[in-house]
Design a protein around this ligand. Structure first.
Ligand SMILES: C[S@@+](CC[C@H](N)C(=O)[O-])C[C@H]1O[C@@H](n2cnc3c(N)ncnc32)[C@H](O)[C@@H]1O
Length: 406
C-alpha cells in the first residue's frame, strides 16, 4: 500500500460537521415545500422511468418519441463525433431541448421512499442500499471535503490538459452517481468554459447549479442519451454500491468518452488496515476486531444484494475492456481517528472517523434488511465507533484508478 501517498503539505481546515445539505426539501417532514418555480436553464432532471406532465408548463419541454441519439448511427461518427447537439437550450448548449424536461415539484416524491424515518431512492432496479436524505448528503459533502484535503485537488491526472486540448470545441465532463453534485459544482468553478453534467437516480443535487452545470436524473445502468465521444472526462466516485455489475456499465461509458479522455474512479475500501510495517498489519482482525467484524457484516450484506464489495476489481474491469490505456491505481491511506502525530493527518483521521460513524448509522437499514436483529446491529456499530476512538494505527484506504480512453 502506498502509505507515502499522503502529501505532507495537506492542510485540513474544513469543519465538515457544520456542512448543511442544501437540499433540505428532501429532508423528512419538510420535503418539497421549499420548491418553487425553477428556470429552465437552472436544472434539467430527466426521469428515465415515467414522464408525467410538469407542473410549470411554461418551463417544460416534452420528451420526444424518438430513440436516443446514439441509436441513430447514421447521424453520428463513433470516433469523430464532437458530441454536439443541434437543438439546444440557448442558455445551456449541452442540453438538447427535446430530450430533457424538468421535474416539477409534485414529481419529486416519486424518487424517494421513506422507511423507518430515513429517505431512500425509489428505483426498482438500483441495489444502492444507503439513504439519500439530509444526514447522508452531509456525509457525502464531508467525504468530498476529506478527499479534496487528501489529494489537494478535485482530481488526479492530466485534467487541465485534457479539458483544454481542443480550443474549437467545448469540453464536457460527466459525473456518474453525482449525489449532491458537490464535487461537480466545485470543479465546475475551476473550469468555467467546460460543460459539466451530473447524473443520479435521485434529484438531490442543488436546484441552482452554476451556468456550466447540468444535473439529470438517470440510471447509470441504462443506455446514455449522449452521442458517442461526447465526454472528455468521466468521474466515478463512490459508485460501486450503485451497481451489481461494475463491468456492465463500462461499454456505455466507453462509447460516450472521447479518445484520449480520462476515466477517474475513487472508492473507499470496505475494510480497515494497519501500516504494513507494524505487527498489527498481518492480523487486523485481532487488533481491530470490532471494525473488522463491522465491515465483514456490511460486506456480507452487500453480497447478499448482489453488490461486489471489493474495490480492487475496478482496475481489472477497466483492463478487461481493452478500451483504456495508462491504467493506474493509487491507494491513499487515511488515518481513522486522532491518533496520528502529524497534525494534518490527525485532522484527516478525525474527519474520516466522523464520516465512518455517520456511515455506520446509514448502513443500519441494510443490515436490518439482511436479517440482523436491531440489538445486534446497534452493538456492532457502537463497538466499531468505540474502536475508532481508541485504536492507534488504524487506517482506511481510498482507491483511485485513472485510465485514458484509447
Ligand atoms: C455514495 S453516493 C456517491 C455520490 C457522489 N459520487 C459523491 O462522491 O459524493 C452514491 C450515489 O449513487 C446514486 N445511485 C445509486 N444507484 C444509481 C444508479 N443506478 N444510477 C445512478 N445513480 C445511482 C445514489 O442515489 C447516490 O447518490
Amino acid at each position: 500500500m502506498a502509505f507515502d501517498a499522503i502529501n505532507s503539505t495537506l492542510s485540513c481546515t474544513v469543519e465538515y460537521s457544520n456542512a448543511l445539505a442544501d437540499c433540505s426539501y428532501f429532508h423528512r417532514g419538510c420535503h418539497y415545500l421549499h420548491v418553487s418555480v425553477v428556470r429552465s436553464n437552472q436544472v434539467a432532471y430527466k426521469d428515465p422511468r415515467t414522464w408525467t406532465p410538469c407542473l410549470y408548463q411554461s418551463h417544460c419541454r416534452k420528451m420526444p418519441s424518438v430513440a436516443p441519439y446514439h441509436h441513430n448511427s447514421d447521424n453520428e461518427s463513433e470516433s469523430g463525433s464532437e458530441g454536439h447537439v443541434e437543438q439546444t437550450d440557448g442558455n445551456n448548449p449541452g442540453i438538447p431541448d427535446n430530450e430533457v424536461e424538468e421535474i416539477g415539484p409534485n414529481d419529486f416524491p416519486r424518487y424517494f421512499d421513506e422507511v423507518d424515518g430515513r429517505l431512500f431512492h425509489s428505483s426498482p432496479t438500483s441495489p444502492y442500499p444507503l439513504p439519500v436524505d439530509a444526514p447522508e448528503q452531509q456525509r457525502l459533502k464531508a467525504f468530498n471535503n476529506l478527499i479534496h484535503q487528501l489529494i489537494g485537488a478535485h482530481y488526479l491526472g492530466p485534467v487541465p490538459n485534457i479539458l483544454a486540448r481542443d480550443p474549437n470545441r467545448q469540453a464536457q465532463v460527466l459525473d456518474l452517481c453525482t449525489g449532491t453534485g458537490t464535487w461537480l459544482m466545485e470543479i465546475a468553478s475551476d473550469f468555467p468554459s467546460v460543460l459539466f453534467t451530473g447524473i443520479d437516480i435521485v434529484p438531490i443535487a442543488t436546484r441552482y447549479p452554476r451556468p456550466n452545470v447540468n444535473f439529470e436524473v438517470w440510471d447509470i445502468t441504462e443506455e446514455f442519451r449522449w452521442r458517442a465521444a461526447t465526454f472528455d472526462f468521466v468521474h466515478a466516485r463512490s459508485i460501486s454500491w450503485s451497481v451489481r455489475d461494475y463491468a456492465a456499465i463500462l461499454p456505455e461509458v466507453i462509447r460516450v468518452m472521447r479518445p484520449g479522455g480520462l476515466y477517474l474512479s475513487g472508492e473507499l475500501d470496505n475494510a480497515v488496515f494497519f501500516h504494513p510495517d507494524t505487527p498489527q498489519a498481518s492480523n487486523p482482525g485481532l487488533h481491530a476486531p470490532a471494525s473488522t467484524l463491522f465491515f465483514q457484516v456490511v460486506n456480507a450484506a452487500l453480497q447478499s444484494r448482489g453488490i461486489d464489495p471489493s474495490v480492487n476489481q475496478i482496475v481489472t474491469h477497466l483492463q478487461n475492456t481493452g478500451a483504456f490505456s495508462n491504467i493506474e491505481q493509487i491507494i491513499f491511506p487515511i488515518p481513522i481517528g486522532r491518533w496520528h502525530d502529524d497534525p494534518r493527518r490527525q485532522e484527516l483521521g478525525t474527519m474520516l472517523q466522523a464520516i465512518l460513524w455517520r456511515f455506520a448509522d446509514s448502513v443500519k437499514p441494510m443490515l436490518r434488511h439482511a436479517g440482523h436483529p436491531q440489538a445486534y446491529i446497534d452493538g456492532l456499530v457502537q463497538n466499531f465507533g468505540d474502536e475508532m476512538d481508541t485504536t492507534h494505527g488504524l487506517f482506511g484506504a481510498y482507491h483511485v484508478v485513472q485510465a485514458i480512453r484509447s
